[in-house]
Design a protein around this ligand. Structure first.
Ligand code: IPD
Length: 277
């Protein structure tokens, strides 16, 4: 069972610490790299190692809970969010960065009960920043409360996105045309940092005004969604409707006005659903 008065960040500190030490050490070492859904969707033995460690530790403490995790899903496990208490885990977010020693990588752990996101923890492995959010209790980075930007004008916005793993010509055309729309609207800038969870943490911190992406997964979104909402921000579907965690698409922003402007500028890139594979 889950007691909502608990402080999840203290529960998770041990798991996160084990994970980040392994990731930090492996970052500069030789890696065995394999591919998953495309030639640019990468995985290493460290992704598997950290995921297995986190799950086995959590399972010892919460034997009845369920797990959705990136590498288990890639290996064929079902990715379905039921009403049961469920941990949603990305052991290394920014695996491509990790492979290239680009130091923007995170561990992300979200938790949902009755299909409602309760809390999320994201750890920036090289800068040692712990982002936490718990429903109704605020969002923090290393103990400092987070607040989103209040910007509503797209022509004053710094926008974040990620490319996603598909590289066929039709997908690339849509990806570039979406970015072109925002540049035509004179957004101050569009940034791609290679880790959707850390980009979403920048949004929660007020260091960017909006984020959008097609092709991210529930393990990229679960923890970050709670953190952004608790920092006062909006997380929604690219249609402008409510977020669907399994839909592989998202718009997030500090204000609803900004989120709607981004949503209206986007053409959909179809990535299917996490719960259909
Ligand atoms: C990926 C990264 C990447 C984003 C992908 C994510 P991974 O996560 O966040 O920036 O474009 O959509 O799935 O594979 O490194 O855990």
């Amino acid at each position: 069972t889950w007691d909502p008065s608990r402080r999840p960040s203290s529960d998770l500190r041990g798991q996160i610490a084990t994970g980040w030490k392994i990731i930090r050490k492996a970052l500069t070492e030789e890696k065995r790299v394999s591919t998953k859904t495309s030639a640019v969707d990468l995985v290493t033995e460290t992704d598997h190692l950290v995921e297995n460690l986190i799950i086995s530790e959590l399972r010892k403490r919460f034997p009845s809970h369920r797990f959705i995790a990136e590498e288990a899903t890639a290996s064929g496990a079902k990715c379905v969010l039921t009403p049961s208490p469920t941990w949603i885990i990305d052991p290394i977010d920014g695996t491509c960065n990790f492979v290239h020693r680009f130091p923007t990588v995170a561990v992300s752990i979200g938790f949902a009960v009755h299909q409602e996101l309760e809390f999320g923890v994201i750890y920036h492995c090289t800068e040692e920043r712990l982002y936490t959010g718990q429903r109704g209790r605020g969002a923090f980075c290393n103990g400092q409360q987070l607040t989103v930007s209040r910007e509503t004008d797209l022509s004053k916005a710094l926008v974040l996105t990620e490319i996603g793993p598909k590289r066929d010509p039709a997908t690339l055309r849509l990806f570039l045309s979406n970015m072109e729309h925002l540049l035509h609207a004179k957004a101050h800038g569009v940034r791609v940092i290679g880790s959707s969870t850390l980009a979403l943490c920048h949004l929660a911190s007020g260091a960017a005004d909006a984020y959008y992406q097609f092709g991210l997964h529930c393990w990229d979104l679960a923890a970050a969604t709670v953190i952004i909402r608790e920092a006062g921000g909006i997380v929604m579907d690219t249609s402008g409707g409510p977020l669907d965690l399994m839909s592989c698409r998202v718009v997030a922003a500090g204000t609803r006005e900004m989120a709607m402007l981004i949503a209206q500028a986007l053409q959909t890139i179809d990535y299917g659903r996490d719960d259909e594979n």
